[in-house]
Design a protein. Structure first.
Length: 105
């Protein structure tokens, strides 16, 4: 499956939910549930939003890292979603991606 096709599938909340349920990472799942609850979303909807966030804002370095992780697993869908959700769970300044810190004027 091509990366674009995989991203399009994971952008669907039902597919994202199914993929989340297949993950064997209880710590990450609890972080997703907490973030989803804070945002007023179901975990699958939060994960689908994470996919869109990553696709729209990730740096070249993030993409290279994603592709590297996907190449080392038998389940690239889970690896892709995990990396994208971890990106969405980063503190705001880390996810900003411009490489410097902004200070209020």
């Amino acid at each position: 499956m091509l990366l674009g096709d995989l991203i399009a599938r994971l952008d669907d909340a039902d597919v994202a939910t199914e993929t989340l349920l297949g993950m064997d990472d209880l710590v990450l799942l609890s972080r997703i549930e907490a973030a989803a609850a804070q945002a007023g979303l179901a975990p699958g909807a939060f994960a689908a939003q994470a996919v869109a966030l990553f696709a729209g804002q990730a740096s070249d370095e993030d993409w290279v890292s994603l592709i590297g992780v996907m190449g080392q697993t038998t389940d690239p869908g889970q690896a892709c979603l995990k990396k994208m959700v971890e990106y969405a769970l980063r503190p705001t300044q880390a996810a900003h991606g411009c490489g410097h810190h902004h200070h209020p004027s």
